[in-house]
Design a protein around this ligand. Structure first.
Ligand SMILES: [Zn+2]
Length: 196
């Protein structure tokens, strides 16, 4: 199995080849820029010092920017499980989307189709665990919002990619209404009942 890509190489990568066994995460991003062409330009500009392995355009086309066995610079300061700085053991996938600052869009159907294909290919190749398929916001939650709430996690989970919850809708609604203060007041009432 292989994946159809075009090449637009980025000079922003670590030149030492890594052992394929080191690759255990996939990290999704949105580009968060006004235009797709500007995003591509930035990710391939040596002054920007950022890159990704794969770039998924609005029209579904996949661009290879950094070959998988080299470290691309997409994660920044990051943490997951016992790993810090996830660049060294991840594959970074950028998906065109203006993002929260410039008019957050739904991901296009063609992007999602390519995303599923690409991810399945990578999971198989590197035996990546479901719990290691992540969004940038998962590994750098204080700084990052991408790929955001419109990212199709649920759809991916149906295709056996990543993890999604199995809580039924009604119950979820209830849980979402709960706040810490509800919890605290319940505890307080329990406490009052106990001492009275
Ligand atoms: Zn990101």
């Amino acid at each position: 199995m292989s994946i159809k890509t075009s090449q637009n190489y980025s000079p922003n990568f670590s030149t030492r080849r890594r052992n394929p066994e080191k690759i255990k995460y996939i990290v999704y991003h949105y580009t968060g820029m006004r235009s797709e062409s500007k995003a591509i330009k930035r990710l391939t500009d040596d002054r920007a010092k950022v890159s990704c392995h794969y770039f998924i355009k609005r029209n579904g086309q996949i661009i290879l920017m950094v070959p998988e066995l080299y470290e691309a610079w997409h994660a920044g300061k990051s943490k997951w499980k016992k790993d810090i700085s996830l660049n060294k053991n991840s594959i970074g996938v950028e998906i065109t989307n203006k993002g929260h600052d410039y008019g957050y869009q739904s991901y296009s159907k063609k992007q999602i189709l390519s995303l599923v294909k690409l991810t399945k290919y990578l999971i198989k190749k590197y035996k990546i665990k479901s719990s290691n398929i992540l969004g940038h916001s998962d590994i750098a939650f204080e700084r990052k919002k991408d790929p955001g709430e419109k990212f199709p996690w649920k759809h991916l989970a149906i295709k056996n990619i990543g993890i999604w919850h199995k809580i039924e809708k009604r119950k979820l609604k209830k849980i979402r209404k709960l706040t810490i203060s509800d919890f605290e007041s319940n505890m307080f009432i329990k406490y009052l009942n106990k001492i009275s």
